[in-house]
Design a protein around this ligand. Structure first.
Ligand code: UDP
Ligand code: MG
Length: 316
């Protein structure tokens, strides 16, 4: 019998877990036909509600349920990584607890990995129905900019909901970077991925954990982690402004020699000073972003800290 691991990052999901668990059990029963055993790994990402108690309740009556509980909120990226580390299955799926990732796709994913030459089945939503329009607009913009800036392909609308074979999971686990941007990591490790498309489904209960601010910061993380183009842009800007100032110098010099009237234009000079210093600060800011990420990486802090778990042995 083969083992399929289902990883579920949970942050304040006490409302939705009682809806999610029966659904995933149903899917597991359905897959028994295909000779698949299951393990469910719930990663409690420092929830402040009763998520951990709910998960422990599942674990008490179901030996397939394993859990890892963090000492505080480390973010979904850390939760996914912890789940992957704890997983033992030859196929591993990651899915949200809020039923936005339809569990009914799991049997289809297993079938594809069994029968077709793919290492990974990903899912992408083709609509963003039910999302605030301004958020969709910025999301689209982000993917557009990313495609231009990064050699790693970031697929528009790709969700973290995916099922992978063991070699791909091991490749992801070997990337121990602290600033994790999964959409980039999944794509960076390569392997053949098939995309299943579906319409956006709204959350079954509870609330989204992503504020606009969090998403914006996350997108900056993604750019810094998978592209150094902003650094190149700031160098080019520097060169361009050097060239412009050199030309301006010649113009002022010649004008003084011929007409002796270079000493005017305070207002325009001030505008230029402000503009250039703005650009300079912006470029220093870009540099700072990379520096701060590098700073966090060299500290080599653990990606997460476990407070409580029923996962004894580490998979790796
Ligand atoms: N999540 C998490 N840690 C966080 C934020 C979210 O583990 O800091 C989990 C959350 O419990 C859910 C999944 O990540 O299972 C996706 O979160 P959410 O549904 O809020 O995001 P959205 O679907 O709105 O993008
Ligand atoms: Mg969701």
């Amino acid at each position: 019998m083969r083992l399929v691991s289902i990883i579920v990052p949970c942050y304040n999901e006490e409302k939705v877990l009682p809806l999610f668990y029966p659904e995933i059990c149903k899917v597991a029963d359905e897959c028994a036909k295909r000779d698949c055993g299951f393990e469910f790994i719930f990663v409690n990402d420092g929830s402040s509600d009763g998520t951990l108690e709910v998960v422990k309740g599942f674990a008490a009556s179901d030996e397939r349920v394993r859990f890892v509980s963090f000492s505080r909120n480390f973010g979904k990226e850390a939760a996914m990584f912890a789940g992957l580390e704890a997983s033992r299955g030859s196929m591993v799926a990651i899915m949200d607890a809020d039923l936005q990732d339809p569990p009914s796709l799991i049997p289809e994913m297993i079938r594809i990995l069994d029968e077709e030459p793919y290492d990974c089945v990903g899912s992408r939503r083709v609509t963003r129905k039910g999302e605030p329009p301004i958020r969709s607009l910025f999301a689209r913009l982000f993917y557009k900019i990313m495609r231009k800036m990064s050699k790693t392909e970031i697929v528009d609308g790709a969700r973290d909901f995916r099922m992978m074979k063991r070699p791909m999971v091991d490749a992801i686990l070997s990337m121990r970077e602290y600033n994790r941007f999964s959409k980039g990591i999944f794509s960076w490790v390569g392997f053949r991925t098939k995309w299943l498309e579906y319409e956006n489904i709204e959350r079954a209960a509870g609330e989204t954990k992503w504020s606009f601010r969090k998403l914006l910061l996350y997108s900056i993380d993604g750019m810094v982690a998978f592209s150094t183009t902003p650094l190149a842009i700031s160098s080019v800007l520097g060169l361009v402004f050097c060239a412009v100032s050199f030309i301006a110098l010649i113009v002022v010099f010649v004008r003084q020699l011929i007409w002796h009237n270079s000493a005017y234009g305070w207002a325009s000079a001030m505008c230029i000073v402000f503009f250039i210093s703005g650009i300079q600060l912006f470029c220093i800011g870009i540099l700072g972003q990379y520096l701060s990420k590098t700073y966090m990486e060299v500290k080599k802090r653990p990606i997460y800290v476990v407070a409580e778990t029923n996962v004894q042995e580490k998979a790796s």
